[in-house]
Design a protein around this ligand. Structure first.
Ligand code: SAH
Ligand code: AVI
Length: 691
């Protein structure tokens, strides 16, 4: 420990000594040195570019002789950046010649891939170290104007995902590149466990701080508590408490802590203490990998945000075999006293991480982009969250004299997939007819949007029709898709981002019957509501009015609203559309029971229910039911629900409209019907509403 200067607190000391970070130009030189040493130098008669650079750029390879100690790299005034770049250029030239000759056999192809992945690791380390360096300046300098990120953050999903456990396989197989520490693939036994769908946020962390998290020894491992006291930890690294609240140093300078963002820069000790305070625990690395392989769509930000601490010590897998030769020192010799992190960070290069990837750091280190995803033993039943609402609707719906369920529960990942299949059926005309009509009216209606408009879509699903509007309104500022189905929403948002690079895409997972204002990043432009597909017909008349009224309030004065409705037509055409020959709609209907079995632990026999589609002229609606073929009892926990033979659950109504009923609906909700366009048979309608 260096001597304490007068007046320096332990915290100041901790903030001053950063033996782990290296200057940017060291990373630049080291990754080229790696190619030279591991690959080029292996060829007979090879002459190194500069003998002296070995000691400068050797990171930790004992077999390669003397080196500058890591903590001293910060003193690297020479070689200059120009000399480092000249060295890189020369190594690139030699590697190109090597590639042109063709890599030899044996280990060379692997070492080349290792060199590339090694360089990617240093691209992230470079950002970690730059941030640390900037954090030392009293000026809080921004290293970048915008955060360098691999992709957008995924929307939160809420709740927990439960797994039954059992005998599983983890680790990398023989295909594709993996570091030696990910191999061999092997079996592990997992007890039932749950993993949080989302990462722990700054808001969660502030609660921990406010509850005395850093002052109460009962949450901490002994080694962690010793660190808290020795280094004066009171918040994650880079946080500072100011009069206006917490701020944090980032690659874009010092900023207010965003409560909704995943927490970063916490050590294993802090992650573990936070988990204990939460009444949860950290996942083991095997649990994390199993969850990421089995159901990636059930989680937000598995990669692309922060590395997630696990409770697993970094140890060799059974049968571990280090890479031959000098590269044996790459991973294996660090397998003591470190903990594994899984996932990937916003700064991890695209394609670098994989489900079997094992990152590792010492438990006290905090300068990495590391955060937390909680785990728990067994299944987690939360008081709030989607599963609870589903359970409540199930109990209410099956307790009624005429059993019924809200159709929004159709849309788990499989339900959303089945719906997309429905839209391609010959009998299901609404999607095709509406898309064609939209292509006709979109250019004129988009002409009224004005600059920087924000398109807010309700029940956006695959966001396919959206493209027609986006193509007609190229100057939109932002697109806010809202959907209850996280998988459909996030996958659609990624596709739209890829195809409309200038557009801000801000997905919101949620129930459109509880509309929130668009995120602030959307800006102040005019709001354009977009509610296609006749999904409004799936709501009761009262709920439809309530939804349009709340949309008017949330979107504000001056807003427009494009509403798609299916129109009344012959019952034969309607019934065929909801009872197709291939049975896709029947599968969509029964999937509700499959979902209830999975998410609520119920014991429906989906095949013991008939799919029924009928036209109800009195209420001008198509109805879908699931009719019990025989008497049966279905259980939800301790509750039992009895079905008589032929008794059904009413699972969906699809109301069919005409211009008059749409006008009445719009007016009841405070909108004016500005235009109503009808397409050719089988006809659907599009309404343009003005606030
Ligand atoms: N707009 C698309 C998809 C229609 S399917 C189209 O016209 O083809 C209906 C969509 O609404 C699904 O993606 C479903 O997940 C979503 N949805 C249904 N009920 C919802 C609710 N209460 N809140 C938010 N989304 C809902
Ligand atoms: C999403 N919604 C408008 C569809 C409809 O037509 O009511 C859902 C659907 N149900 C059966 N087929 C499609």
């Amino acid at each position: 420990m260096p001597q304490l200067a007068a007046g320096l607190s332990a915290e100041d000391l901790a903030a001053q000594s950063m033996p782990d970070a290296s200057p940017g130009k060291w990373h630049l030189g080291h990754v080229s040195w790696f190619f030279e040493t591991m690959i080029l130098a292996g060829r007979p008669g090879y002459r190194v570019v500069d003998e002296r650079l070995n000691a400068v750029f050797n990171s930790y390879y004992e077999a390669l002789g003397e080196r500058v100690e890591r903590a001293e790299r910060g003193l690297m005034t020479r070689p200059s950046l120009a000399e480092v770049m000249a060295y890189r250029t020369e190594i690139d030239r030699r590697m190109e010649a090597w590639l042109a000759e063709g890599p030899g056999d044996g280990l060379e192809p692997y070492l080349f891939a290792l060199g590339l992945h090694h360089e990617q690791q240093h691209q992230e380390l470079f950002l970690m170290d730059v941030l640390n360096l900037m954090s030392r300046s009293r000026l809080d300098p921004a290293a970048y104007e915008a955060e360098p990120r691999v992709g957008e953050r995924e929307a939160r999903l809420g709740g927990w995902v439960s797994f039954e456990g059992g005998l599983m396989q983890i680790g990398a197989g023989d295909d594709g590149f993996a570091f030696d520490n990910e191999r061999p693939a092997h079996r592990v036994w997992l007890e039932p466990f749950s993993l949080a769908a989302d990462l722990t946020t700054n808001a969660d962390w502030i609660e921990f701080i406010d509850d005395g998290g850093y002052r109460r020894a009962e949450f901490w491992l002994a080694d962690g508590w010793a660190r808290v006291k020795a280094e004066g930890w009171a918040a994650p690294l880079y946080w500072r408490e100011e009069a206006a609240g917490w701020s944090v140093m980032t690659l874009t300078g010092r900023r207010p802590v965003d409560p909704a963002s995943p927490v970063r820069h916490v050590s294993f000790y802090e992650a573990d203490a936070f988990a204990r305070w939460s009444g949860r625990r950290l996942p083991t690395e095997a649990e994390w990998e199993q969850a990421a392989r089995a159901d990636p769509a059930a989680f937000s930000n598995l990669t692309g945000e922060v590395w997630q601490w696990t409770a697993s010590a970094y140890a060799p897998y059974p049968g571990f075999c280090p890479t031959e030769g000098t590269a044996a020192e790459y991973n294996g010799k660090f397998m003591a006293n470190q903990m594994v992190l899984r996932g990937g960070a916003f700064a991890t290069p695209e394609g670098h991480a994989r489900p079997s990837y094992r990152n590792f750091y010492y438990p006290h280190q905090r300068w990495m982009f590391a955060g937390v995803r909680l785990a728990a033993d067994g299944a987690v039943i939360e008081e709030t969250g989607a599963h609870d609402a589903f359970r409540q609707d199930m109990i209410d719906g099956l307790s009624r004299r005429v059993k019924a369920l809200p159709p929004k529960w159709f849309y788990d990942a499989e339900g959303s997939r089945l719906f997309e299949e429905i839209t391609r059926l010959p009998e299901y005309y609404p999607t095709r007819q509406e898309a064609a009509l939209l292509r006709r009216v979109a250019p004129e209606w988009a002409g009224r949007f004005g600059p920087d408009a924000v398109l807010v879509e309700l029940g956006s699903g695959a966001s396919e029709k959206t493209r027609i509007v986006l193509d007609a309104a190229r100057d939109l500022a932002a697109y806010v898709p809202i959907d209850i189905s996280p998988s459909a929403l996030n996958e659609a948002a990624d596709r739209i981002r890829a195809d409309y690079p200038g557009l801000k895409v801000l997905p919101v997972v949620g129930d459109f019957e509880h509309l929130a204002p668009p995120p602030v990043e959307a800006g102040q432009g005019r709001r354009i509501g977009f509610f296609p597909g006749s999904t409004i017909g799936n709501l009761t008349a009262e709920a439809a009015v309530a939804l349009l009224r709340s949309a008017r309030e949330v979107l504000g004065g001056g807003s427009l609203f494009i509403l798609g409705v299916d129109l009344v037509k012959s019952p034969q055409v309607l019934v065929a559309a909801y009872d197709d020959a291939q049975g896709v709609t029947a599968a969509f209907n029964r999937n509700l029971l499959v979902r209830a079995n999975r998410d609520l632990g119920m014991d429906f026999e989906p095949e013991a229910f008939d799919h029924v589609a009928l036209w109800n002229p009195e209420h001008s609606r198509m109805e879908m039911h699931l009719r019990a073929m025989r008497p049966m009892t279905v259980r939800l926990g301790k509750l039992a629900f009895r079905f008589a033979e032929g008794e059904s659950i009413h699972t969906e109504s699809s109301r069919k409209f005409d211009e008059g009923s749409v006008r009445a609906l719009a007016q009841a909700a405070g909108w004016r019907l500005e235009a109503f366009e009808v397409g050719p048979d089988p006809a659907v309608g599009l309404a343009l509403l003005v606030a």
